[in-house]
Design a protein around this ligand. Sequence first.
Ligand code: G3P
Length: 216
Amino acid sequence: MQFFIDTADTDAIRELYATGLADGVTTNPSLIRKSGRDFKQVIAEICAMVDGPVSAEVLATAADTMVEEGRALASLAGNVVVKLPLTLDGLKACRQLSQDGIATNVTLCFSANQALLAAKAGATYISPFIGRLDDIHIDGMELIREIRVIYDNYGFETQILAASIRGPLHVKESALAGADVMTAPPEVIRALATHPLTDKGLATFLKDAAAAGISV
Ligand code: G3P
């Protein structure tokens, strides 16, 4: 499973990417706004910081303008992935950009039928939003499972990018469901490594080593 960092905070990306556990970055207009930075400048900076895919979202809603914006974003760096909303115009733009050889991430996906269309449009990634479905009492993880079955039924190469991840359980369940990628805020990724029994066990080991005068 690939791990993408869901943020436009370059300090947080730098720190987490240094662990070697992250494979890419996703952003969206809300995350760019939260960064307080110039959109294209922060995307270019992130692309220079990581080797993997960096998703940057178009703002247009008409297909032809989405394509223009997508080509402009793709020109910023070779690892830019153009994010497009799951609308008919977004799917039309996705097909054109995919034919241009530009990587695409179709986002704001909330149904299996939407994901089926994204695969038919040649999307590189599909981003089903788990947390936002959970928020309205619909099982977001069931969507991941449905998409996995559909994509495997037809050999679609579009990668399932589990998004709107709210905590470690979403990561585990997405992995069990066979998502190819997950994207999560930096604090969620860091939380994956923690367990109270690990902390307790390590403290005991170090205390016993000190008491016995053990050193390496
Ligand atoms: O990549 C999509 C993600 O940023 C959305 O997360 O928590 O706003 O639903 P959230």
